[in-house]
Design a binder for this molecule. Structure first.
Ligand code: ARG
Length: 446
């Protein structure tokens, strides 16, 4: 049962938050007269010295003491007799809920920096490759030409939303449960606002934010679940980016080369250059989703309030934070060294059929309803296929046999410069629109 029930092997990672929480709790207890100020000072001094021991690796964690809370309290009690008063008006139930909320807020701050870094790298890559044209794909079939920059800016949108989602997670975690006790608070005259303020559980105006229902406060694991959801969705975005990079770096596409440090060779085939970093990124998304499902399943059907099942919320939460931090760093560094092969991209993007829709638009501008224009161009495409002639190389006579509306100049649409210049509306890949987007993002991301 000891090895089954212990959590210190993983929740020792909450030590800094646990000590912060205990210092704030002791300070509040002394402010309301439950602790003498000398007792409070001794407790704080003792906690600081334990923090130093933990930091330097000298602290002896004991599995017999079950969790991080008991380990720290027991070590403190050996140093400071007054420590026996520290657990007044507190339970491990509101203590662990507090620690985890603090930890989530800290992790969100770490992730925020990682998102900024990745976003800046994507912007630089977009800017450096603003004139590289590739086919855009739907159904993994060539659809219409886009720029590499436009494609990368799509990921800037995704990761920017992910970043905002983690801001919301931090906000959701930003309520102080201390004072909820085991389930129904305490009869002692505590001041929850003091503790909340000391721990930074405050709103934008600096007003303390304290949980409003003691039963919810000890049972609630929403912030951890939201953290894992935000990570799972970010993992999906990373996975899609990875899949694009894997395709782009294949010989079939040949659009981009990943940096050596983020590719590996094969132990058997000397010619291989495998995009392992991207495959691992794609694989990690499974792990993030598993952790989210873990937390959802862990809490579903749990009667209020605290149940020991909840102790198992930490492995998926910690793993998610670790793996996402790593994933963002790898995505960032791999992208920073990615090189696009402009010539190869251009060959692929020069397939004239990518501009078939532009030709339909050309007919629309001459007054033809789009549905009819779509059919007319469809006939033209079929004819080109039958004659085995590229779409843009059909003669005027052939074109007019498909539809009389293909008057002189019909084939002028087969010009990439023209095609991009015609797409300067908001959200489109025109070069001016893209340059403006990059400029806006650069100003906006900090
Ligand atoms: N290690 C426990 C957890 O993480 C702390 C709370 C224990 N509370 C209790 N009543 N046994 O959930």
């Amino acid at each position: 049962m000891l090895s089954f029930g212990e959590s210190v092997s993983f929740d020792h990672r909450l030590w800094a938050q646990d000590i912060r929480g205990s210092k704030a709790h002791a300070t509040m207890l002394s402010k309301v007269g439950i602790l003498k100020s000398s007792e409070c000072a001794a407790i704080i001094k003792g906690l600081d010295s334990i923090a130093k021991e933990i930091q330097s690796g000298k602290f002896k964690w004991s599995r017999d003491l079950e969790d991080v809370h008991m380990n720290i309290e027991s070590a403190l009690t050996k140093k400071v007799p007054a420590a026996a008063k520290l657990h007044t008006a507190r339970s491990r139930n509101d203590q662990v809920a507090t620690d985890v909320r603090l930890w989530i807020k800290d992790q969100c701050a770490v992730l925020d920096l990682a998102f900024v870094k990745l976003l800046k790298t994507l912007l630089k890559l977009a800017e450096d490759n603003a004139d590289v044209i590739i086919p855009g794909y739907t159904h993994l079939q060539r659809a219409q030409p886009v720029s590499v920059a436009h494609h990368l800016l799509a990921y800037v949108e995704m990761f920017n939303r992910d970043r905002a989602r983690f801001h919301q997670v931090a906000d959701s975690a930003n309520w102080c449960p201390l004072g909820s006790g085991a389930i129904a608070g305490t009869t002692l005259p505590i001041k929850r606002e003091i503790t909340a303020k000391l721990l930074g559980f405050v709103d934008a105006q600096g007003k303390p934010r304290i949980t409003r229902n003691s039963m919810d406060a000890v049972a609630d694991r929403d912030a951890a679940t939201e953290f894992c959801f935000a990570a799972a969705l970010c993992g999906v975005h990373l996975s899609r980016l990875a899949e694009d990079a894997i395709l782009w770096s294949s010989a079939e596409f040949g659009f981009a080369t990943l940096p050596d440090a983020f590719s590996t060779g094969s132990s058997l085939m000397p010619q291989k250059r495998n995009p392992d970093s991207m495959e691992l990124l794609r694989g990690k998304s499974a792990r993030f989703q598993a952790s989210l499902v873990h937390l959802l399943t862990l809490t579903k059907g749990l009667p209020l309030t605290y149940n020991r099942d909840l102790q198992d919320d930490k492995p998926p939460l910690f793993d998610t934070a670790d793996q996402l931090t790593l994933s963002l760093a790898v995505a960032d560094a791999a992208l920073a060294g990615t090189k696009f092969n402009k010539a190869k991209c251009l060959v692929a993007a020069s397939d004239p059929s990518l501009l078939a829709t532009d030709l339909a638009d050309w007919l629309v501008k001459k007054g033809m309803p789009f549905r009819h224009a779509h059919h007319a161009v469809g006939r033209l495409v079929a004819l080109a296929e039958k004659l085995k002639i590229p779409l843009d190389k059909l003669s005027d006579k052939d074109a007019q046999s498909a539809d009389k509306a293909f008057t002189k100049g019909w084939n002028e649409v087969f010009n990439l410069k023209r095609a991009f210049a015609a797409r300067e509306n908001t959200g489109m890949p025109g070069p001016k629109a893209i340059a403006q987007q990059i400029k806006n993002w650069k100003k906006g991301i900090r």
